[in-house]
Design a protein around this ligand. Sequence first.
Ligand code: ATP
Ligand code: MG
Length: 387
Amino acid sequence: MTSILVRYHEIALKKGNRPYFVELLKRNLVSAVKDLGFKEIRSLPGRLLMLFGEQADEEKIGRRIERVFGVANFSFVERTSLDLEALKSGILEALDGRRFSSFRIDAKRGDKGFPLTSPEINREIGAAVKETTGARVDLKNAECTISIEILPRDAFFGFDKIAGPGGLPVGASGRAVSLISGGIDSPVASYRMMQRGCRLIFVHFHSAPYLDKSSQEKVRELVKLLTRHQFASRLYLVPFGEIQRQIVAAVMRPLRVVLYRRMMMRIAEAIAKKEKASALVTGESLAQVASQTLENLAVIEKAATLSILRPLVGMDKQEIIDQARRIGTFETSCIPDQDCCQLFVPRHPATKARLADVEEAESRLDLAGLIQLGVEKAEVEEFRFPD
Ligand code: ATP
Ligand code: MG
């Protein structure tokens, strides 16, 4: 029988929000493992206990829980009856074959009816472990920490703590629309916002039929990977080629990229309104490319009224790549594709677009009509994890 003790950081829990936070974390944990023999989840003070059926695949369960935002760390634990001797012999038996020179016991008594206090449990079990293993007690830097939980119906113990991703449970901070391109940056930006508790709706702009569908395939794969953290995602695929064609017809070359970006913001904002999302997310990073100078970022964001979150703005490309590798999106992002930003773009885009010039250029466009075109022609796809 597999049982897991999940710990979360309490610092992040402002008093009033705490029950909501814990409820979301529980719901997300259950979503993550519901197909892996999951039976029950119980709230304990500051932590959660998850119970699974007999033949649960611990490795698989561990990999799923490692991705649930809000989890500080977790341990696989064993259940014994509510009895000190049973606990002692259970622990000694489980320790058989483990080698360590120092240890500490970390007992928590959720059931105050248990005859011994936590320090007393620590002392009793500690003495037995010391005698059997010869290891010394070290409260600061123990090689092995033995966690004990005394609950009303049974007791649990476990050894190693596996690190979780930290952050806040997805949903705790509201909803945002993430502009996802198929490049390296936007999936990392999306990950970072989900880690801060945002539930994301994805929007991708493509230039089919002017270009092929490769960027859409990549984005589907990336959204699939990111859905492992929020369990359900919606992706809007917006045909952008016709909109680009109209921009190109009306606007001088150097300003096109900034105009494309401003149209993306407007369409994403219209989708955000529909989805009741309260911010936009991009993978922009200061000065990484011509469209991301301070001047251009300022002109681009004026096209939207919602706040634009740029979690990568101060990150180096190498840092972003390192994180993309860790979260598993890098390889997909590196597959060559035809990105809409390659369509009709000048060799030397403006690096310091002026708002007055941009607005003058846009006055020749039917902005409302183009936004409507984008929103109406968007195809919507749903993703679920686990499938
Ligand atoms: P990325 O690696 O995310 O593509 P990038 O370094 O290539 O970023 P840009 O192409 O300038 O930078 O794009 C900046 C941001 O604009 C992207 O991170 C993304 O949020 C958004 N964006 C760009 N192209 C698209 C697109 N085709 N669909 C949706 N969003 C896009
Ligand atoms: Mg890009």
